[in-house]
Design a protein around this ligand. Structure first.
Ligand SMILES: NC(=O)c1ccc[n+]([C@@H]2O[C@H](COP(=O)([O-])OP(=O)(O)OC[C@H]3O[C@@H](n4cnc5c(N)ncnc54)[C@H](OP(=O)(O)O)[C@@H]3O)[C@@H](O)[C@H]2O)c1
Length: 362
């Protein structure tokens, strides 16, 4: 029988990849999108199906997670086999500027979803997108038993959702799981996130549109993986016999400065001429060092990342150069061809970047 999935945040980086993955597995995919006065569906335009298409498998609904009215009705109507709760105000820096809003969306939305599931009587499995930011200042490597010491409002909001998911699993016996994912990036990463800011900045510099861009704390140490691999593990987590929580990451750590140097070196540019630090991007409190110990996922799910740091950098730089209509060194494109033969294709990978370019053309 065809499985039905509901994805919140389907227009985001992860939601768009996950929708593709699930469609490729034969799922019927229902996605919640928030209404905006401009188009916000560019990451899923390539899989969009007109409502009049017979036998379509992608359904989109307007809704906002600050209110439970839509989500409750939707769960009762769709009766999904699986819910992937990915929607969030996901920017750490923004969470300092808008802590209350971040709590309302990133934190409370999980309560709205879990309550809706509980009251609907629908038997569904729930994935909650928790975050490595919850570990905060706890020394690395971090695993499922590491204590949480969050350093920003975003992480606090995620922690609320994390504990609620755990409580509903134990208290109400819901099949509810936390994926504690470390940073994962792609050509579809939001343009204000540091990795994408770097790869996109390089393409703008190469195209002569920009000469310099500004970054915040270049000493932050992060564990960066490749987003399509991380949505695969979200699906795996919900296919297990028992609900559980998993840390997901590569176990490899690099500073933001190293990302800059690797990306500029790959594009044969001198970063010193084009990148400067602007304290405006500093956070009131920094999360110093995040490195995943994903041993449990490796043992229980057989998951381990195929794309590591250097390859990720090459994929992102190639994609942004191509999106700008420029030649790319091509190593990133080659890596994807070799490692992802099936659902995940280069053209799809760069979709967000390409559609962004199309909109720039008058
Ligand atoms: N990427 C990472 O490194 C990472 C690591 C750990 C955890 N996570 C978490 O994993 C999830 C997916 O990450 P991502 O990188 O795909 O994030 P993203 O690209 O920022 O996507 C966030 C999604 O949430 C939607 N959204 C935001 N506020 C909403 C609201 N009030 N109502 C309905 N939808 C709303 C956004 O809609 P619009 O398109 O309209 O903005 C977008 O579809 C997030 O919860 C994030 O916090 C991400």
């Amino acid at each position: 029988m065809t499985k039905r999935a509901l994805i919140t945040g389907v227009t985001g980086q992860d939601g768009s990849y996950l929708a593709e993955l699930l469609l490729s597995k034969g799922y019927e995919v229902h996605g919640l999108i928030r209404r905006a006065s401009t188009f916000n569906t560019h990451r899923i335009d390539h899989i969009f199906q007109d409502p009049h298409t017979p036998d379509r498998r992608l359904f989109l609904y307007y809704g906002d997670l600050v209110s439970s009215e839509q989500i409750t009705g939707l769960i009762a109507q769709v009766k999904p086999d699986e819910i992937y709760h990915l929607a969030a105000q996901s920017q750490v820096k923004v969470s300092f500027d808008m802590p209350e809003y971040t709590g309302a969306v990133t934190g409370l939305s999980t309560a709205r979803i879990l309550e809706a599931v509980r009251h609907s009587g629908v038997t569904t499995r729930v994935y909650h997108a928790a975050s490595s930011e919850m570990f905060g200042s706890s020394p690395p490597p971090q695993h499922e038993e590491t204590p949480f010491h969050p350093c920003n409002p975003y992480a606090v909001a995620k922690l609320y959702g994390y504990w609620l998911t755990s409580i509903y699993r134990q208290g109400y016996h819901l099949f509810a799981c936390n994926g504690i994912l470390f940073n994962h990036e792609s050509p579809r990463r939001g343009e204000t996130f540091i990795t994408r800011k770097i790869s996109r900045g390089i393409s703008h510099i190469r195209a002569g549109k920009q000469d310099k861009f500004y970054v915040g704390n270049v000493n932050a140490k992060r564990d960066w993986g490749y987003a399509p691999e991380y949505v695969e593990v979200m699906w795996q987590i919900l296919q297990q016999d028992r609900p559980d929580d998993y840390v997901i990451g590569t176990g490899e750590v690099h500073t933001v400065q190293e990302f800059i140097e690797e990306a500029f070196g790959y594009a044969q540019l001198d970063w010193r001429r084009h990148v400067a630090v602007d304290p405006r991007y500093f956070r009131p409190l920094e999360t110093p060092e995040l490195i995943a110990d994903a041993g449990k996922a490796r043992r229980a799910l057989g998951w381990s990342p195929r794309i590591k740091f250097k390859e990720l950098v090459q994929i992102m730089v190639d994609a942004d150069l191509e999106a700008m209509g420029l030649p790319s060194p091509g190593a990133g494109k080659r890596i994807l061809r070799e490692k992802f033969g099936d659902w995940h294709q280069w053209q799809g990978a760069v979709q967000e970047a390409l559609s962004g370019l199309q909109r720039e053309v008058p």
